[in-house]
Design a protein around this ligand. Structure first.
Ligand SMILES: C[S@@+](CC[C@H](N)C(=O)[O-])C[C@H]1O[C@@H](n2cnc3c(N)ncnc32)[C@H](O)[C@@H]1O
Length: 214
């Protein structure tokens, strides 16, 4: 499978935000609510690293609970919208960066929660493995990796052109998207995580996952 360069993939995100001025603003996602009881098990003070935050609806939710939050997104449009949102909590910082670069720049063993809602579908398998290893490195023992990814049960997983099993390109974009099933979700635990929960939201066709660094 050929994945476009990172600048090309960032341009895909920017085009999306340019076309959809209201997307991912407003109240936190359902996955944020699902994550709450797991996040409550992490010892405070809580530092959250959100990858692919968009304009930060969930990042603001975390910040309102008193967490220190780094919201990382590679789209300058998304980051500008997040920064422009009124009443920005002081404990929330936005970073315009590729999520892999942001992980690499993060010190080891300090972060309580790494959180990614509907982002990892754009990663190639080697990139997903790298992300899992880096997330494991930056988390402190007992820290959580919370992520949501689209399921193969989603009707859109039948659209476009299949370029590998469960990987599809939907024109006009050239970006391959991976849809996950329980078996392929397991690759995220290989870096040394314990799986706490992996639940499919049947109505939304999305996997909700919580992994813990022992
Ligand atoms: C489907 S949106 C979800 C936004 C946000 N998590 C939410 O639920 O409100 C996916 C986000 O991931 C960002 N993204 C995709 N690939 C990225 C990468 N390599 N580095 C940083 N951000 C990325 C996109 O710009 C987009 O904002």
């Amino acid at each position: 499978v050929r994945y476009p360069s990172w600048p090309e993939r960032r341009a895909v995100s920017d085009r999306y935000y340019a076309r959809n001025p209201e997307r991912f603003l407003g109240e936190p996602s359902d996955f944020f609510a699902w994550s709450g009881p797991y996040v409550a098990t992490v010892r405070p003070p809580l530092e959250v690293l959100e990858l692919g935050s968009g304009p930060g609806r969930d990042a603001r939710g975390f910040a309102r609970t008193g967490a220190r939050v780094r919201a990382v997104d590679h789209s300058p449009i998304a980051i500008a919208r997040g920064r422009a949102w009124p009443d920005a909590p002081a404990s929330l910082r936005y970073e315009e960066a590729n999520l892999i670069d942001a992980l690499i720049a993060t010190a080891s063993g300090r972060v309580g929660v790494v959180y990614a809602h509907m982002v990892y579908m754009i990663l190639s398998d080697p990139e997903a493995d790298r992300v899992a290893r880096e997330v494991h490195r930056v988390l402190r023992p007992g820290g959580l990796h919370l992520f949501a990814v689209r399921s193969t049960s989603d009707p859109v997983a039948q659209e476009g052109v299949q370029v590998a099993p469960d990987v599809r390109v939907r024109p006009p974009e050239s970006e391959p998207i991976r849809y996950y099933r329980r078996g392929t979700l397991d690759r995220f635990t290989r870096a040394g995580f314990e799986r706490v929960a992996a639940e499919e939201s049947v109505s939304a066709h999305v996997w909700y996952v919580c992994d813990r660094r022992p």
